[in-house]
Write a protein that binds this ligand. Structure first.
Ligand code: F6P
Length: 322
């Protein structure tokens, strides 16, 4: 293999730049030409492709976002879009592709694989909801960003003896809420994977107030309920001086943590190795501290992302009473 390409797609995640950098640097180290595709699959279909040099990826490792830009591009679900994409890759003499992104991006990678085009997926989404890996690129940075906010919100909640509902990202998975909630000492963590009872939550806050507790922090994953609605519902069970905060896209930005940069660097280099070995249709993962490769089809269709392998939800209930 003499020429490969890399793209970032879907919601951006801190550490995507570090992954692109690793693909380019490892490729060049192995004597391969690496091309960057702008704007994900949209740029692929449009032929927005350029060669990347070692210098092009300098000063990128510490930057959030993605310098290759990203896009959500549902049009790539059509066979027509996929064939156009492959045509563009062939036009540039590119023999293999690295796709960095979340589940939507993986669908594109799988489609290319089904057309026989060697494609490797690198999991990058702050939601951390890709099957076959304990951690996706961007998750560690996002939970640290959320944690910073929880710590600040706690200050003001305590000053006013308030209940603060904090909405975090996570459409289908509660990973961000769970990890940041545990780290931030939240009293309640509400995730799509677990049922919750508003009356019980209200009782727990009451018990806390009775022992002179000054604040209650409730972290809610956006996939369960919007924070304003949650706060309004909770207020029906008592006057807890409830306020809410929606953290939103601040969670997707910022300089990646060391953990995300290392994960991204290893995944990037491994993707190049796999393509060089003539492999495709694989997704990279890190499971119990070991680097693994999973079948792309399995990752998307047959396996399910496990949100709580460490049983953190139970732990939060045990150590965050009232
Ligand atoms: O990247 C995943 C995610 O951050 C979700 O948690 C969130 O619901 C969604 O992206 C927001 O997407 P967009 O930025 O396209 O509105």
């Amino acid at each position: 293999m003499k020429r490969i390409a890399v793209l970032t797609s879907g919601g951006d995640a801190p550490g995507m730049n570090a992954a692109v950098r690793a693909v380019v640097r490892k490729g060049v180290y192995e004597g391969i030409e690496v091309f960057g595709i702008n704007y994900g699959f949209a740029g692929l279909v449009a032929g927005d492709i350029r060669k990347l040099t070692v210098s092009d990826v300098g000063e990128k490792i510490y930057k959030g976002g993605t310098f290759l830009y990203s896009a959500r591009y549902p049009e790539f679900a059509s066979e027509e879009g996929q064939l156009k994409g492959i045509e563009q890759l062939k036009k540039f003499g590119i023999e293999g592709l690295v796709v960095i992104g979340g589940d939507g991006s993986y669908k594109g990678a799988l489609a290319l694989t089904k057309h026989g085009y060697p494609t490797i997926g690198i999991p990058a989404t702050i939601d951390n909801d890709i099957a076959g890996t304990d951690f996706c690129i961007g998750f560690d940075t996002a939970i640290n960003t959320v944690l910073e906010s929880i710590d600040k919100i706690r200050d003001t909640a305590t000053s006013h003896i308030r209940t603060l509902v904090i909405e975090v990202m996570g459409r289908d998975a509660g990973d961000i809420a769970l990890w940041s909630g545990i780290a931030g000492g939240a009293e309640q963590i509400i995730i799509p994977e677990k049922e919750f009872d508003m009356e019980e939550i209200a009782n727990t806050i009451r018990i806390g107030r009775e022992r002179d507790k000054k604040h209650s922090i409730i972290v809610v994953a956006e996939g369960v309920m919007k924070a304003d609605k949650f706060a309004a519902e909770l207020s029906k069970y008592g006057d807890f001086q409830t306020r809410f905060t929606v953290l939103g896209h601040v969670q997707r930005g910022g300089s990646p943590t060391a953990r995300d940069r290392v994960l991204a660097s290893v995944f990037g280099a491994k993707a190049v190795e796999l393509l060089m070995a003539g492999k495709g249709g694989l997704s990279l993962g890190n499971v119990e501290n070991k680097y693994v490769e999973n079948d792309l089809l399995d990752t998307l269709k047959n396996k399910k992302h496990i949100t709580d392998p460490l049983n953190l939800y139970k732990l939060s209930q045990e150590i965050s009473q009232g």
